[in-house]
Unconditional design. Sequence first.
Length: 421
Amino acid sequence: MSVKIKILGSGREVGRAAIGIEKNGRILLLDYGVNFDENDQPIFPEHVRPRDLDGVFLTHSHLDHIGAAPYLFVSILPRLYALPVTLDVSRLLLYDMIKLNGPYLPYDEATVDDMLGHAETVHYGDTVEAGMFQFEPLYNGHIPGSAAVLVHVDGHSILYTSDMNTVETKLMEPARLDGVKADTVIIESTYGASNHPPRVETEDHFYHSVLEVVEQGGTVLVPSFSVSRGQEIMSILAERGFDYPVWIDGMIRQITEIYLAHGEYLRDAGLLAKAASMFRMVKGWQDRRRAYKRPGVIIASAGMLKGGPSLYYLKKMFANPRNAIFLVSYQAPGTPGRRILEEGVFGEENLPVLARVQWFDFSSHTDKRGILRVLRGVRGLERVVLVHGDPAVQRVLAERVKEEIGVDVQIPGNGEEIVLD
């Protein structure tokens, strides 16, 4: 029987990553994540029978790559693999997801404990045997502990990039995928039709904008994703010796502690340690009430202002034109952050936001340039499978790949299979 690539999630959509590599009815599953509907209820990938799995590899700890994984461990315990920092962060995020979405989930904390307690840690460059499959985690530059994975089965070499980044950030080196030998590449296409501005320009613009606000007596709220983005912003301010108060609130604090405990996965662990020692961790409501009342910066979860302490600070700060709301994370349609950017209002009352509002492109996903560069560097490439992207973006990227690299490009939907001859 032929090898099949089963698109269980992330087919013609961003997020909900789930890719199955199948041979003779046995499957190596790469990620099993969730998306959320307009009511914040989780949407799971296509079903896969846990008893058919030779192994599950979680590429990194974002919920759109891990959020459905515990469901596979409710009745039996398939083999699970991930890098150590991914496992530690996953526990924190899955517990939080259960707290927020418990009634809509088919698993609980005990299931998460069973899953993670059963996991086998792997490292970059390891060669792992999982049934008839062999795979290698590779450094992909997305967030601390993230990995691409090169799968070998029945004479095929399949590279799944997962989410990747090809530029240096404060936390990460660029992806190290040049020279990989693979006949098939399954690659993310989140920003496949556009290019990010140079990273140093974004950092400079952000830092000088922050200074401008605080030097005029204002406070800057930086709503941030807890995983990686909050620590990135901390590191930018610390590197430049920012000497106004900086407050850190929400799950960013716990993730920072996990990252520092796994410093080998950071480009510059000393810089993040410096930031953690320089800045003030919010420890309760007394700190929270103090933070926004004097010039400085508040870095707080959640990044889209859907909840968490960032929403509390927004309500206290939005009406003061001296203050600023600096958005540094992706703002999904329909979220409070997106409404503030596009309409200048928030809440059911459509309250006008008088504070200065700006968005800065600190994406941890590569862009069109990076995708093409990675594909050019793969040896023996025969076909490209685009996942984790908007269909309109994927069509533009597919034409560019065919034109510049000259290989077959497929854009499968969820539930579709690609047979490797």
